[in-house]
Design a binder for this molecule. Structure first.
Ligand SMILES: [Zn+2]
Length: 220
């Protein structure tokens, strides 16, 4: 497992330790394992580097809907990010070493739900934390939803790939089950984007858009 260095102020060292951060004696830095519960450490995450990310946008939406938990069969909220217009790295071009890596950012003006997020910038983490602590990194390769009741992992495949459920609506009734909250903060992540004809057939963003939420994140 790769590690993530944390920028923990001296006064916070006991909190960091109690949350499971480890101290690197040689490098004199606190760290956590990437793929562990990095959400716990959002306050101290170092800015993610350009080479870590393959998606970026000037603003983003948090999408919220419900599904039946596969484990306890109860209804649970599930979340993801939606980007309206964004830039992504063309994965196939990355292997062409003769060109500058940064030149492969491609602009996309077609909306996409984002799945399988493995890195996420602090602002997006904070915005998501304002909605839920159930969207977190554990028992999975990526930051994923967990059941409100039994904590079972709600894998992205079943939220994004099965037509008709969660973040894969195929008609207006299913679109209306999704709530979108706009966040005017930059978004940077490593994750997967996709193409769906639903955005061509319906004005999904306007149908689902909610009033801005109030909370500690927004009140700052
Ligand atoms: Zn459950």
């Amino acid at each position: 497992m790769a590690r993530i260095n944390l920028k923990v102020p001296f006064k916070d060292k006991d909190i960091a330790k109690s949350l499971g951060a480890k101290w690197d004696k040689d490098k004199k830095v606190w760290f956590t394992s990437y793929g562990g519960e990095t959400q716990r450490f959002y306050k101290w995450l170092l800015p993610i580097k350009e080479e870590d990310i393959d998606l970026k946008a000037d603003y983003f939406y948090i999408a919220e809907t419900t599904r039946q938990c596969w484990e306890c069969k109860r209804k649970t909220k599930v979340f993801c990010f939606l980007l309206e217009s964004y830039c992504f790295i063309d994965a196939e071009s990355e292997f062409d070493e003769s060109e500058n890596w940064k030149s492969f950012w491609i602009e996309e003006d077609y909306p996409s739900f984002i799945s399988e997020i493995t890195r996420l910038n602090e602002k997006a983490q904070l915005a998501m934390l304002n909605h839920t602590e159930r969207f977190k990194a554990s028992k999975s390769e990526y930051i994923a939803n967990h059941c409100d009741h039994c904590d079972a992992l709600q894998g992205d495949f079943y939220l994004h790939e099965e037509p008709g459920i969660a973040f894969c609506p195929v008609n207006e009734k299913e679109i209306k089950r999704i709530k979108l909250y706009k966040v005017d903060e930059p978004f940077e992540a490593a994750g997967c984007h996709s193409w769906s004809s639903i955005f061509e057939d319906y004005d999904v963003i306007n149908i689902c858009l909610q009033k801005p939420r109030k909370g500690w994140f927004w009140g700052k």
